[in-house]
Ligand binder design. Sequence first.
Ligand code: B16
Ligand code: MG
Length: 241
Amino acid sequence: MKWKLKVYLTSSYYKRTVFSTVENYFIMNTPKAIIFDLDGVLTDTSEYHYQAWKHLADDEGIPFTQEENDAHLRGVGRRDSLMYLLKGRKVSEEQMQEMMGRKNRYYTELIKNMSPKEVVAGGVDLLKEIRQAGINTAIASASRNTTTVLQRLEITSYFDGIADGNSVVNGKPAPDVFVFAAGIVNTSVVDCLGIEDANAGIEAIKAAGMMALGIGPKERFPKADKVMDNLENKNLQDLLA
Ligand code: B16
Ligand code: MG
């Protein structure tokens, strides 16, 4: 049976949170690295991903809702997303490749005119504050469009490392992309805080042995250590409190 104990020690010498579970025990001081998911955390591209999948589903006459997207596709890589969308329909590898390419064309069309205005409000200030505090920053995204999106948002330079859909074979909920990101910034996983808007991503963070902050409704993240509605106008202390 799982249980969780949180103890706050707030003397002038120590300010730390102790998290303990029967399977997992570690002490979280201020993290040495904060690893951000991209789509749905730092920007609302998750909506564009949904619109692109919906376009493909409509083309193919497959019923598909936003609720299904949130429950099954959010944070999930291209192939696994298509497998869900097909709902048991048998297609060849060639047809799958064509559909993934078509969805990506719809998506890239939607992100064509993205600008720095689409970074979550206060996001750049938060990234600056984290780096000023001496904490490493990295991206762990399932998306193969990560580099393009970061460039359009003009936030590439705020990250010490970038791990994306091209970096690993196993996508979220496998821990690989978060472990890879921790490696790039030379930080042990137990010293990392991962931030995610998808349940598959929170599962990946926990499987990697990191602290997990979920962004979205509480019910979405049964395994998160902490949940916030969004990242708007938050400071470092808000993330760690
Ligand atoms: P692409 P994240 C994920 O990015 C998206 O949440 C998910 O909807 C998308 O299917 C996946 O990237 C793959 O994206 O088709 O651009 O390679 O949330 O992990 O930053
Ligand atoms: Mg995401």
